[in-house]
Design a protein around this ligand. Sequence first.
Ligand SMILES: CC(C)=CCC/C(C)=C/CC/C(C)=C/CC/C(C)=C/COC[C@@H](COP(=O)(O)O)OC/C=C(\C)CC/C=C(\C)CC/C=C(\C)CCC=C(C)C
Ligand SMILES: Nc1ccn([C@@H]2O[C@H](COP(=O)(O)OP(=O)(O)OP(=O)(O)O)[C@@H](O)[C@H]2O)c(=O)n1
Ligand SMILES: [Mg+2]
Length: 185
Amino acid sequence: MGNIVLFTLYAIILFAPAFIANPGAVITGGHWVIDRGKTYKGKRILGDGKSWSGFIGGSFIGILSGIIIYYIVIVLKIPYPDYGKNIIDAILVLIPMSFGSLLGDMSGSFIKRRIGMKRGARGSILDQWPFVIVSFLLVFIFARGFFMQLYGDLIPVAVILIITPPIHRGVNILAYKFKMKDVPW
Ligand SMILES: CC(C)=CCC/C(C)=C/CC/C(C)=C/CC/C(C)=C/COC[C@@H](COP(=O)(O)O)OC/C=C(\C)CC/C=C(\C)CC/C=C(\C)CCC=C(C)C
Ligand SMILES: Nc1ccn([C@@H]2O[C@H](COP(=O)(O)OP(=O)(O)OP(=O)(O)O)[C@@H](O)[C@H]2O)c(=O)n1
Ligand SMILES: [Mg+2]
């Protein structure tokens, strides 16, 4: 029993790069707006909040954090499957996980614009879930073996979906207090 709980916790921690990629985009973002101001049916496609520097920079920060986790697992001799048996395999998992996170963030913005919400408007679940869902989806598609080993029973996926909104809110409130974001969501 204890083992199942530990294993689930471990599977959740290995998903941290998807969480770190998002604030990574806040830090690196703001340059080269992706939709270049273009609109679709009178509304911005993505809006000024989605830039190439944030997309690429955030993804790289996510991948880097995953590489650090990869070596921590080796050093601590944790007896569960790591991202891969070598660093190349690990990076092939971390790429879909991190890029998926920001692709999901972008999908959320795309939906927000379609329903008429302005850049930075409070999207609640549209700010909180798409990055998790698309990240898992890309890992499922491009790193199926890793996905099945750790998330195959979907329990960690469900737990992550449940704990994401309060974590997301907590981190954003902190980022707002430290003046790293203009709004606390
Ligand atoms: C959970 C609480 C209350 C605190 C965590 C402590 C902590 C590490 C706080 C850091 C706070 C801080 C001041 C960060 C600065 C970085 C920054 C600029 C953050 C701005 O937030 C950006 C926000 C963008 O969201 P938006 O696109 O919708 O506007 O990013 C969203 C936030 C997240 C996705 C949560 C990120 C969480 C962390 C990095 C905390 C560490 C998380 C883990 C180790 C993951 C645990 C594993 C899983 C899978 C749950
Ligand atoms: N691909 C990305 C993602 C984020 N950011 C930066 O991170 C900030 C916060 O991200 P987010 O909350 O996702 O964007 P919002 O400005 O709130 O816009 P939206 O309403 O589209 O979510 C953005 O304003 C932007 O400066 C970026 O430059 N590029
Ligand atoms: Mg936002």
